[in-house]
Design a protein around this ligand. Structure first.
Ligand code: MRU
Length: 348
């Protein structure tokens, strides 16, 4: 009942992406045959959310190999490598994109000279996709177990749901499991400016699954916590550094500061494909800055005073010290630090 949404579908040799720019008004899938178009779809937010971006890029590599082989190119590897570089540049913050492309690169390196790369690459892309959904169910159970029965409500920021992953979701996976186990009764969703992932996507998913959801303006989070309405903040991540610092949608750090002030616990839910052990701290995580037009206008209508400028960083870094727990498919890290993260990553 809680796992029916699929934003990324591979069917009949092509990629289908649920156009998340149109939700919740319209549910339409776009069809992709070319890797360049997949890169554009990622950049333009047809598909968004760290794991969903990685999965889509993996299928983009399959499309690249398919085209190269169909065109009878002897140098299919060179062509696919070029397309991998192009896909990698689509968005900078979510490391799942680089992770999935590196996985596809590894498979490519193993393809023997006279064999067909497409089926091997497709197998790996589908495995990445299936593993992601399975990991979300696992993290859902582990994260939910941390939430005491009778906890009332939780707050989430942005959309770390089925739409942001292969299915089920990371933060929303925990929330779905916690609701199914009657640990929580309600979810508060931050609207999440400027793309309104909370209002458009998280609310849509939770209404779809009949989980009670209440939308709040970003600035209402302090009031909500002050009134003792929520016991946990549950969010996803785009990249976690080796010391446990967390990059996530802009606004997450502010929510974490509020949570610590008001004694609300902060849970980050992300697969290990989101963990970047090559970066010692969050200071090294590249933060995407998008066009100021996204702030000056709201879905095609100018809202800001003419002549003003806008600054639009779309992710921020929550220091590990403000995170109570990180949940991955390999286990739960409480009060994360470099040592505990390394131990978790080394475990199976
Ligand atoms: O800009 P977006 O919508 O791609 O940002 C998405 C987020 O910040 C999510 O919280 C994050 O990717 C985790 S998704 C499981």
């Amino acid at each position: 009942m809680y796992d029916t949404i699929r934003p990324v579908i591979w069917k009949d040799g092509a990629l289908q992406l649920l156009d998340q720019r149109l939700l919740p008004q319209r549910e339409e899938y776009m069809l992709y045959h070319q890797p360049e178009a997949v890169a554009t779809a990622i950049r333009e937010m047809v598909v968004r959310g760290a794991p969903a971006i990685g999965i889509s890029a993996a299928y983009g590599v399959v499309l690249s190999a398919k085209r190269a082989v169909e065109q009878g190119r002897n140098h299919w590897r060179l062509q696919v490598e070029e397309d991998i570089c192009h896909l990698a540049q689509a968005r900078p913050t979510a490391v799942n994109l680089n992770w999935a492309l590196a996985e596809m690169g590894r498979v490519m390196a193993e393809v023997e000279a006279d064999s067909d790369p497409v089926s091997l690459l497709l197998q790996r892309a589908q495995q990445i996709h299936e593993d992601d959904i399975a990991n979300n169910h696992l993290m859902g159970r582990m994260g939910a177990a941390l939430i005491a029965r009778g906890s009332g409500a939780v707050l989430t920021h942005c959309n770390a749901g089925a739409l942001a992953t292969g299915g089920y979701g990371t933060a929303l996976g925990v929330i779905r499991s916690a609701y199914a186990e009657q640990r929580i009764e309600r979810v508060f969703a931050d609207e999440t400016r400027p793309w309104l992932q909370g209002a458009r996507l998280t609310a849509w998913e939770l209404v779809h699954d009949r989980i009670p959801v209440t939308l709040i303006a970003e600035g209402a989070a302090a009031r909500l916590m002050q009134q003792g309405e929520v016991s946990w903040v549950v969010v996803g991540s785009d990249r976690i550094a080796a010391n446990g610092d967390v990059a996530n949608k802009i606004g997450t750090c502010g929510v974490a500061i509020l949570a610590r002030h008001y004694g609300v616990k902060m849970m980050v839910v992300a697969p290990t494909s989101t963990v970047d052990m090559a970066l010692t701290s969050g200071d090294e995580i590249p933060i995407e800055e998008r066009s100021g037009e996204e702030l000056l206008n709201s879905f095609g209508t100018r809202v800001a005073a003419k002549g003003c400028q806008a600054w639009n960083p779309v992710f921020d870094i929550t220091p590990a010290s403000l995170v109570d727990v990180i949940v991955t498919e390999r286990g739960v890290v409480e009060a994360p630090n470099a040592e505990k993260m390394a131990a978790m990553m080394a475990s199976n």
